[in-house]
Design a protein around this ligand. Structure first.
Ligand SMILES: [Zn+2]
Length: 244
């Protein structure tokens, strides 16, 4: 399957990078992991058809990870003329937070009748949920956002993809990423410990326990980007495409 890092920045545009938005294209299904505020810019820039996306996974409820949902839904209705159903999966609180944001940005938009069904699923932690050729198991991470932040373990066509979301180190990242074909890990700092975020030094120390087949770091701050040469794993950039 092919993964496009259509946005791999933090909340502040560090390095000119767009908010988190990973597009995964498999044989049977295409899906999005996170839909940050700039997600529609990402999709247009990398010529990704929004209608190809059947499912959107949301890791946690911060704007740089979910605030693009409103624009995605309006585009689907008005521009992309979507007809197929859409599933949006994320942590408990997703529906309320999404509707609050969408209504604030585009008043009257939440209640509008659309030509496609949007199914929201608030995922329970530590349980596997299946939908449309995909499975997802969320693990509770450590990142304050007034709802449970998740590291997502996604299964698709025999491959396992793990995305840590934003989090400081927590042992739940071990089962979340165990033996994954690809671990996409937050890497906000190189060696500076920070509440709620992961640094490369800590991640590298734990990688043998997680034992992923491949690692790509993402969500880097400006100081981290300045020291990117000191990282021994692959680093994402907007537009990076990888196959696993
Ligand atoms: Zn973030």
């Amino acid at each position: 399957m092919k993964i496009t890092f259509a946005g791999c920045g933090d909340a502040f545009g560090s390095g000119g990078r767009l908010n988190t938005c990973f597009y995964v294209e498999a044989e049977t299904v295409s899906f999005l992991i996170d839909c940050g505020a700039s997600a529609m810019v990402s999709l247009r820039r990398y010529k990704i058809d929004p209608n190809s996306i059947s499912t959107i996974f949301i890791s946690h409820l911060h704007g740089d990870h979910f605030a693009g949902l409103g624009s995605f839904l309006l585009d689907a209705q008005l521009i992309s003329k979507r007809e197929r159903d859409l599933t949006i999966m994320g942590p408990p609180g997703l529906i309320f937070r999404h509707e609050t944001v969408m209504e604030a940005m585009f008043p009257g938009s939440v209640e509008i009748k659309r030509k496609f069904e949007t199914k929201f699923v608030e995922l329970p932690a530590d349980a596997k949920t299946s939908s449309d050729h995909l499975t997802v198991t969320p693990f509770v991470a450590d990142h304050a956002c007034a709802a449970p932040p998740y590291a997502l373990r996604i299964g698709c066509e025999g491959k396992i993809l793990c995305y840590t979301g934003d989090t400081q180190w927590t042992d739940s990242l071990i089962p979340a990423g165990q033996g994954a074909d690809l671990l996409i890990a937050e890497c906000y700092q190189l060696d500076r410990k920070m509440k709620g975020h992961l640094d490369y030094q800590t991640l590298a120390k734990h990688l043998p326990e997680i034992a992923p087949k491949r690692v790509i770091v993402t969500h880097m701050s400006a100081p981290m980007l300045n020291r990117i040469d000191e990282v021994d794993v692959e680093a994402a950039y907007d537009g990076l495409v990888v196959e696993i």
